[in-house]
Design a binder for this molecule. Structure first.
Ligand SMILES: Nc1ncnc2c1ncn2[C@@H]1O[C@H](COP(=O)(O)OP(=O)(O)OP(=O)(O)O)[C@@H](O)[C@H]1O
Length: 237
């Protein structure tokens, strides 16, 4: 579904992503786990075609993200760490605008937006201005935008950052629900989040892949030890 091979991103003398290879198969919720600055956002930005790579390749459903961007991007819904929201629009106006950008025809748009709002749990916020929403609801609007067009893969960068504990649990439940119909990749530096939601883990440190494994009860119970052993103690949360 997604094949990342020998991906490298250099910023001057800093190698933010260092020869990273990953395979994403359909039907799972993947966690990209790493400390702050490990290279998660840079990886996701390359996988979604937001930024170019220094070298290496990303194929999404057989399409090269850099060479066949349009076909590859159709398969992906992306919620960046800071959702690209137009806060002077109402929820509906914003989703209508995004749907148009994604090439969803006028006729089918309304029904699709209603469906997406329901999935994201924001139906009752339809006419509210985005700027007046809580952080948790803003994040849900970002999520709704990501699932417009019904992409097969949903990529979420630190989806619970800045949410309060209740909003965090709601967002996790929402992600689990989405995982039933989509392949999901989420990045996080929060171990409890990853073990609660993900069934496959990639751990990156200093831009390098240091572990990948399927999540089970045993791994969930020892995730903290595994993480510290692989990445060192500082910055752990
Ligand atoms: N545009 C840029 N120019 C220069 N350096 C950058 C740029 N973007 C990221 N970096 C650096 O690349 C490294 C990886 O950053 P990245 O944002 O991918 O990490 P992250 O794992 O997503 O961390 P966080 O959880 O803090 O967002 C960091 O050292 C960061 O400072």
């Amino acid at each position: 579904m997604i094949e990342v091979e020998h991906l490298v991103k250099k910023y001057g003398s800093l190698t933010a992503v260092d020869n990273l290879s990953m395979k994403i198969e359909p039907g799972h919720i993947y966690g990209l786990l790493g400390k702050n600055g490990a290279g998660k956002t840079t990886t996701m930005n390359m996988v979604t075609g937001y930024i170019g790579a220094t070298s290496g390749s990303v194929k999404v459903c057989g399409h090269d993200i850099f060479k066949e961007a349009e076909a590859a991007k159709k398969e992906i819904g992306y919620l960046p760490e800071i959702p690209p929201l137009y806060t002077d629009m109402s929820v509906y106006e914003y989703l209508d605008f995004c749907a148009e950008l994604k090439g969803i025809g006028k006729k089918e748009r309304d029904e699709h937006i209603v469906d997406v709002m329901e999935k994201a749990g924001i139906s009752e916020m339809e006419h509210r201005l985005i700027r007046n929403l809580s952080k948790g609801y803003k994040q849900r609007v970002g999520l709704a935008q990501a699932i417009l067009g019904n992409p097969s893969i949903i990529i979420l960068d630190e989806p619970t950052v800045g949410l309060d504990p209740v909003q965090m649990i709601e967002m996790r439940d929402l992600i689990k629900e989405l995982g039933k119909d989509h392949t999901v990749i989420l990045s996080s530096h929060i171990l409890s989040e990853v073990s609660a939601v993900c069934d496959y883990i990639y751990i990156i440190d200093h831009g390098k892949l240091v572990a990948d494994f399927a999540m089970d009860e045993e791994k969930a119970a020892s995730l903290e030890e595994i993480f510290i052993e692989l990445t060192g103690k500082e910055d752990k949360e």
